[in-house]
Write a protein that binds this ligand. Sequence first.
Ligand SMILES: NC(=O)c1ccc[n+]([C@@H]2O[C@H](COP(=O)([O-])OP(=O)(O)OC[C@H]3O[C@@H](n4cnc5c(N)ncnc54)[C@H](OP(=O)(O)O)[C@@H]3O)[C@@H](O)[C@H]2O)c1
Length: 338
Amino acid sequence: MAMALNLLSPSTHRHLPFSSEKPPRSSPFPLPNHRALCFPLSPRSASSRSCARDAALLARAVKQEEEQAQPVELDETQTPKSPQSSSKLVLVVGGTGGVGQLIVASLLSRKIKSRLLLRDPSKAVSLFGEQVDDILEVRKGDTRNPNDLDPAIFEGVTHVICCTGTTAFPSKRWEGDNTPERVDWEGIRNLVMALPRTLSRFVLVSSVGVTKYNELPWSIMNLFGVLKFKKMGEDFVRNSGIPYTIIRAGRLTDGPYTSYDLNTLLKATAGERRAVVVSQGDKLVGEVSRLVVAEACIQALDIDFTEGQIYEINSVKGEGPGSNTEKWRELFRAAQIS
Ligand SMILES: NC(=O)c1ccc[n+]([C@@H]2O[C@H](COP(=O)([O-])OP(=O)(O)OC[C@H]3O[C@@H](n4cnc5c(N)ncnc54)[C@H](OP(=O)(O)O)[C@@H]3O)[C@@H](O)[C@H]2O)c1
């Protein structure tokens, strides 16, 4: 095993998903067994004020991304289907993660009602600052524990975006048995089984390479099963009868924004990798900005023909679609044709 791990030199794993360069994160801790517990976001402490500043920065990062896009011009035959105006209630699972934070911040900036399912609800206050209850709600739950996935969590929910994950290789984040098998397979299965049949869309963030986990170089990344378990999770979603879209990300870049470091955040917003490559058939390798993955998930909620589809996504240097729905429609459509 040690020899196999040594294969993960920077040059070997440059194009594999799951960077090994993640900054340290707070270690997960065991949670008491609980039922759906509502946790309104109304911080009162002084420390939350500095967190609110970070939340404002995060929101600004997302806003800048949105401003990159040209306004959508619609002719008379087109119906505006902007994610900015909707009666959606989006449940985000994994909203404290690198991609998840950006999804939540983006939904907030679009004034789309969101509900977060978090193992530690207090993280929502530190990440997103003070939010009124009717725009952002938080429920406590661990996807590994079916008893946590109380039907009340899904009440009124129209769409779900799931971007949970753990590290591909043993780390502190595996503490308490939070392994790929438990999170990427069992957690996804539990979540999907608990979803209401009335759901309009379930968007799952997965990974490129899941169909090739027995082949080099993917088999290296899969030493502890992450790609295999993600594929099992995907398959469960596909066979569930729930309307779904799966977004397979390349190796994630930019963020995660969990370090509360201003420079890190500003560097990410100045990123040049805004152009987006979308494909199907697990053919893509390469990298993708977390900002782009977050936007792809939000756009997929509203684009009807992405239902029942699996896409791989990369981002490259150049101007991108930003939050322009028409450009995203073109990208997803072109991927299905090619
Ligand atoms: N890193 C890469 O290069 C790469 C490449 C391709 C695909 N992906 C996948 O892309 C997705 C997003 O990646 P990311 O970097 O944004 O993830 P991340 O920063 O590792 O965040 C993971 C999220 O999942 C949550 N989570 C973990 N275990 C959970 C559990 N048992 N119950 C409920 N929530 C749980 C975490 O919550 P806590 O705050 O409670 O820990 C966190 O919000 C993941 O599925 C990842 O595997 C990653």
